[in-house]
Design a protein around this ligand. Structure first.
Ligand SMILES: NC(=O)c1ccc[n+]([C@@H]2O[C@H](COP(=O)([O-])OP(=O)(O)OC[C@H]3O[C@@H](n4cnc5c(N)ncnc54)[C@H](OP(=O)(O)O)[C@@H]3O)[C@@H](O)[C@H]2O)c1
Length: 267
C-alpha cells in the first residue's frame, strides 16, 4: 500500500460514513488529503483526528450539487498541494419510497444532482490535473447501480448513471493513463439510511436497516483500500453482489426477488 505515499487525494462526503472511514484508513499511508462535505464542524473534527494520526489534511466545504463549488474544491486542492493524484467521488444521498407513492418528485432531481451530476462536475474540473499525474478517479456507486431495487428507483437511476458515466470515462482516459475505479458497496451502516428521503421528500430519521447484520463503514473502507491502490476497475463488496451479477444474466427474476427481500428485511 506504499502506492499512497505522498499522494494528494480529494475525498467528497468525508464528514460521515464511508468517506470518513476511508480518510482515517488512508491516514496510515502517508498521503495528503482534502476532505470535503457541507458540515464544517464534522469535517474539522475529522481533520483533528487525522492530524493526531500524522496525516496532513485540509478541510473544504462544498455542496457538490453546485458546479462552481465543485470547481472551487479542485482549485483549493491544487493551490494548496500543487497537484492532484486521486479524486474520490464518494458523497451521495438516497431515497426510501415506492415511486407510485412519491409525492415530491424533486427527490428524483436532488438525487441525480448529488449522485451523478456532482461527480461529473468535479471530475471535469479534476481531469487536467489527473492527466498531469497519471492519476485516478474513484466513484463510489452502489450495488443498486447494477440492478433495480424497490423503494430506490431514483437512487438506482442515479447509480446506474454513475456506473455508465465512469465506465465510459475509463475508456476515454486510458491513453492518458488515468485509472477509473468503481466501487459498488452492498448495505453499509452509515447515516445514509436515516437521511434517505421519504415520499414527502423528508429524511426518514430512523434507519430501516438491521444494522447489526450489515457491513460497517470501516469494513467497507478496508475493502476499498487495496482495490484503489491497485487501480482496479471494480469492487463489489458482497458475495451476493458478486455472484448476483452473473445470475442476473440467466435468472433475472431471481435477482429481483433477492432485491425485494433485501429491502423488506433491511439487510
Ligand atoms: N451506506 C450504504 O448502504 C451504501 C451502499 C451503497 C453505496 N453507498 C454510497 O456510498 C457513498 C457514501 O455514503 P454513506 O453511506 O457513507 O452515507 P452518509 O453517511 O450519509 O454520508 C454521505 C456523505 O455525503 C455528503 N454529502 C451528501 N450530500 C452532499 C452534497 N450535496 N454536497 C457535498 N457532500 C454531500 C455528506 O456530507 P455533508 O452532510 O457534510 O454534506 C456525507 O459526508 C454514497 O455515494 C452512497 O450512495 C452507500
Amino acid at each position: 500500500m506504499g502506492l499512497f505515499n505522498d499522494k494528494v487525494i480529494i475525498i467528497t462526503g468525508a464528514s460521515e460514513g464511508i468517506g470518513r472511514a476511508l480518510a482515517l484508513k488512508l491516514a496510515a499511508h502517508k498521503c495528503r488529503l482534502v476532505i470535503s462535505g457541507r458540515n464544517m464542524q464534522r469535517l474539522q473534527s475529522l481533520s483533528s483526528e487525522l492530524t493526531d494520526l500524522g496525516c496532513e489534511a485540509i478541510v473544504h466545504v462544498a455542496d457538490i450539487a453546485n458546479q462552481t463549488e465543485c470547481t472551487g474544491l479542485v482549485e483549493v486542492c491544487v493551490e494548496h498541494y500543487g497537484r492532484l493524484d486521486i479524486l474520490i467521488n464518494n458523497a451521495g444521498m438516497t431515497m426510501w419510497s415506492r415511486f407510485d407513492e412519491l409525492e415530491d418528485l424533486s427527490v428524483l432531481s436532488q438525487i441525480m444532482q448529488v449522485n451523478y451530476l456532482g461527480p461529473a462536475y468535479l471530475t471535469h474540473a479534476a481531469i487536467p490535473y489527473l492527466k498531469q499525474t497519471q492519476g485516478q478517479i474513484v466513484a463510489v456507486a452502489s450495488l443498486t447501480g447494477m440492478t433495480g431495487v424497490p423503494t430506490r428507483s431514483g437512487y438506482a437511476a442515479s447509480k446506474h448513471a454513475v456506473i455508465g458515466f465512469f465506465d465510459s470515462l475509463r475508456i476515454e482516459l486510458s491513453d492518458d493513463n488515468v485509472a477509473v475505479t468503481v466501487i459498488c458497496p452492498d448495505f453499509v451502516v452509515t447515516q445514509t439510511h436515516k437521511r434517505a428521503l421519504n415520499a414527502q421528500g423528508k429524511p426518514l430519521g430512523e434507519t430501516p436497516m438491521q444494522e447489526s447484520k450489515i457491513m460497517t463503514a470501516e469494513e467497507c473502507a478496508q475493502m476499498m483500500l487495496p482495490v484503489i491502490a491497485k487501480r482496479q476497475r471494480l469492487l463489489v463488496t458482497s458475495l451476493r453482489g458478486r455472484v448476483g451479477r452473473w445470475f442476473k444474466i440467466i435468472a433475472p427474476g431471481l435477482i429481483d426477488k433477492i432485491a425485494r427481500r433485501a429491502i423488506d428485511s433491511g439487510r
